[in-house]
Design a protein around this ligand. Structure first.
Ligand SMILES: Nc1nc2c(ncn2[C@@H]2O[C@H](COP(=O)(O)OP(=O)(O)OP(=O)(O)O)[C@@H](O)[C@H]2O)c(=O)[nH]1
Ligand SMILES: [Mg+2]
Length: 320
């Protein structure tokens, strides 16, 4: 029996070209390249950047188990009914697993796996936490660049990195559940500041009214802005009221497109990205310096009290 054809290793340019032509396997590989980082990732990122900017990204975040994946699954169906194509990134900063495989709890989304209008990919940290938020931005642009007009980004967890990733979308949806304290927890995690739309999922349970009141009260205490995040309750498990969630996302989009704030938001985001990349590069350079001989000398001088720490630091950081 002939051996199955081995996947051909393609250079990043060829990969990008194939992905643009609709080759989903090439697209999946391109995302692996981005996730891994390095020279090939830079090439793909550069190519994608030029072709990106035409899509719209929706971030979904919230505490573990809030129902983000179930809701994402339902939103995919809603979007597909409207005839739109959609890319989905499931980002899990706490998980070392990633790749083409869709993680356990996302099995539901597998229903869409055979639909050519849906592309689903999970991304994980591979150890460098902050790097994931940069990689996610590049992945969103890659999906835009191959012509997916809409990207949903589900982020698991409620830490700082998760807030960063979810906040990097054009519309950020924060998913909470009914019950005492859930809204307060979301507030503590910094989710209130990034929310454009609140979803109270699992509305088949008690406490929806109280949670809604909590959210309203906290919103009233926060600084006034042009957009007041709507609060929509739904039962993602059955699909009940998911259309309203989608409508709230669309009205946020329309409001931002109407008053020019979307452009501003994107510009701000790009500047933030630039700053983060610069900081990262400087950090790498700094660590490199801390390995050289000059450092060892200065450290010895410091420990012998021949030099103070500030003078030593100045000697290490001055341009040479
Ligand atoms: N009762 C009820 N259960 C729901 C609803 N939506 C989701 N669930 C259940 O809640 C559990 C968690 O749902 P997921 O969609 O995996 O939640 P998640 O937020 O993606 O979870 P992580 O990705 O692990 O953070 C599952 O058992 C779902 O079946 C709902 O509207 N009502
Ligand atoms: Mg999930």
């Amino acid at each position: 029996m002939p051996a199955p054809p081995r996947p051909i290793r393609r250079d990043p340019e060829a990969l990008f070209k194939a992905a643009r032509e609709g080759d989903r396997t090439a697209l999946a590989r391109m995302l692996s390249v981005i996730e891994r980082g390095g020279e090939d990732a830079r090439t793909v990122g550069r190519l994608a950047f030029v072709e990106s900017g035409g899509g719209y990204a929706v971030g979904l975040t919230g505490a573990p188990g809030a129902g983000k994946s179930t809701l994402t699954d339902r939103l995919i169906a809603t979007i597909r009914q409207g005839g739109g194509e959609v890319g989905v990134l499931a980002v899990d900063p706490s998980s070392p697993y990633s790749g083409g495989a869709i993680l356990g709890d996302r099995v539901r989304m597998q229903d869409h796996a055979l639909d050519a209008g849906v592309f689903i990919r999970s991304m994980a940290s591979r150890g460098h936490l902050g790097g994931l938020s940069l990689a996610t931005r590049e992945a969103i642009r890659a999906l835009e660049a191959v012509g997916l007009p809409l990207v949903l980004v589900e982020t698991v967890g409620v830490g700082q990195v998760e807030v960063e990733i979810a906040g990097a979308a054009d519309t950020t949806v924060v998913v909470v559940n009914p019950g005492w304290g859930d809204a307060v927890q979301a507030n503590k995690a910094g989710l209130l500041e990034i929310a454009d739309v609140f979803v109270i999922n699992k509305a088949d349970r008690d406490g929806v009214r109280e949670t809604e009141q909590d959210l309203r009260r906290m919103l009233e205490m926060s600084a006034p802005s042009a957009w007041t995040p709507p609060i929509v309750s739904c039962v993602a498990a059955t699909g009940s009221n998911v259309e309203e969630v989608w409508a709230a996302i669309e009205s946020h989009r329309a409001a931002q497109e109407g008053d020019g704030s979307l452009v501003q938001r994107r510009e701000r985001r790009l500047e933030e990205e630039l700053r983060e990349i610069v900081l990262r590069r400087l950090e790498v350079q700094a660590w490199a310096r801390l390995k050289d001989d000059r450092y060892q000398e200065l450290l010895a001088d410091l420990l012998e009290r021949r030099v103070d720490p500030y003078t030593a630091a100045a000697a290490l950081t001055e341009g040479d």
